[in-house]
Write a protein that binds this ligand. Structure first.
Ligand code: ZN
Length: 355
């Protein structure tokens, strides 16, 4: 039987208890590593950002990890951080774990504000630049067609999705013209310590987590979160993607890290129990795959058909688009594994049935 969220959380340890950094302030979580928490106007109502004490080319200062979305409230929170928390020193570098708006939104603003460089994976840099160009923005027509091909049929929902072509650039209006590339295995010296980049797939195109062996700290980004499961979706740009296999395979790369590693996630609280959490995520997806397989054994199912199987609660449109991506990701795992086959019905909808 599956454990409740409370039982799962009890397997993790939160060294800071319920202490959170105050707005406009930071909290030290390891030597030279400080936690910032900023508000987000979504169901996911906050993001964690990190300040790392650094020295580059002989200059003392800070490296920032992740940025928050581009909006005035976030800029104001950054200004408070600059005033309160930098000890009069500059920001020397902006590291971004991946191209999602809450992570890269203000990167261009920060880099211009401090005349410093963005460090990010090549894939996520390219995707963020592409997405921020409003003429080629994500979503819109292509997203609506993709959702329709996966069984979303409500005309109002599809019309709203068609109208959302400028969603990404509204949160990420620009991306710097230059960047410094992060890639798997790269060792980044930060403040006298080495931080190793660990690439992860299935959530973002080429997500970078950062592990510091000496400090025993993993900046996990969105790849390992303590309370919610990472969004693993198939998107219109890559309609046959097997995102869930990519994600689950990527989780294996964190298993060699020490059991007492302090994990700094982008949402939720710093925790230890990395290996327990990875096992929980594997179990979670295995259970969801079993449910989807069961549904498809009873009748051929589209992505929309398995939504209520995966998400029993009512979903608003924004949640529905995420949930559709997740539903298709689970169907594709079973399809690629050879357990399901797919065929298009008379309406052009992909339906998956047991082999
Ligand atoms: Zn993300």
């Amino acid at each position: 039987m599956s454990l409740s969220r409370e039982q799962l959380e009890a397997q993790l340890h939160y060294p800071l208890g319920d202490t959170l950094p105050a707005s406009g302030r930071s909290l030290e979580v390891a030597p030279g590593v400080r936690w910032i928490r900023m508000a987000l106007p979504f169901a996911l109502d906050h993001i964690n950002l990190w300040l790392l004490r650094d020295e580059i080319d002989g200059q003392q200062g800070w490296t920032v990890v992740d940025c928050c979305i581009a909006r005035d409230e976030a800029k104001a929170q950054w200004e408070a951080i600059f005033a309160n928390e930098l000890q009069g020193l500059p920001v020397l570098r902006v590291i971004v774990t991946h191209m999602h708006p809450d992570h890269i939104g203000l990167a261009d603003w920060l880099c211009q504000r401090w005349n410093c460089r963005l460090w990010v994976s090549a894939t996520d840099y390219a995707m963020a630049r592409l997405g921020s160009q409003s003429t080629t923005g994500f979503g819109g027509e292509a997203a609506a067609d993709f959702f329709a091909a996966n069984g979303l049929s409500n005309p109002e929902s599809l019309a709203k999705i068609r109208g959302r072509a400028s969603y990404y650039p509204s949160l990420v209006p620009s991306v710097p013209n230059e960047y410094h590339r992060l890639y798997d295995g790269l060792q980044v010296p930060i403040g006298g310590h080495r931080w190793r980049c660990i690439s992860g797939y299935g959530h973002a195109p080429e997500h970078m987590a950062l592990h510091c062996e000496e400090l025993g700290v993993l900046i996990s980004g969105d790849m390992v979160l303590p309370r919610i499961s990472t969004n693993v979706s198939v998107y219109d740009q890559e309609p046959e993607a097997d995102s869930l296999t990519l994600f689950l395979d990527s989780l294996e790369k964190y298993l060699p890290l020490p059991a007492d590693t302090l994990v700094l996630p982008s949402h939720g609280k710093p925790f230890t129990g990395l290996h327990e959490r990875i096992q929980q995520l594997k179990d979670h997806h295995r259970d969801r795959l079993d449910e989807v397989m069961q549904a498809c054994s009873e009748k051929p199912c589209s992505g929309a058909d398995v939504l209520p199987v995966l998400f029993p609660r009512a979903l608003d449109l924004h949640q529905t688009t995420f949930a559709m991506g997740e539903a298709v990701a689970h169907l594709h795992w079973l399809w690629m594994a050879g357990e399901l086959r797919r065929a298009r019905d008379a309406q052009g909808v992909w339906r998956f049935s047991a082999r």
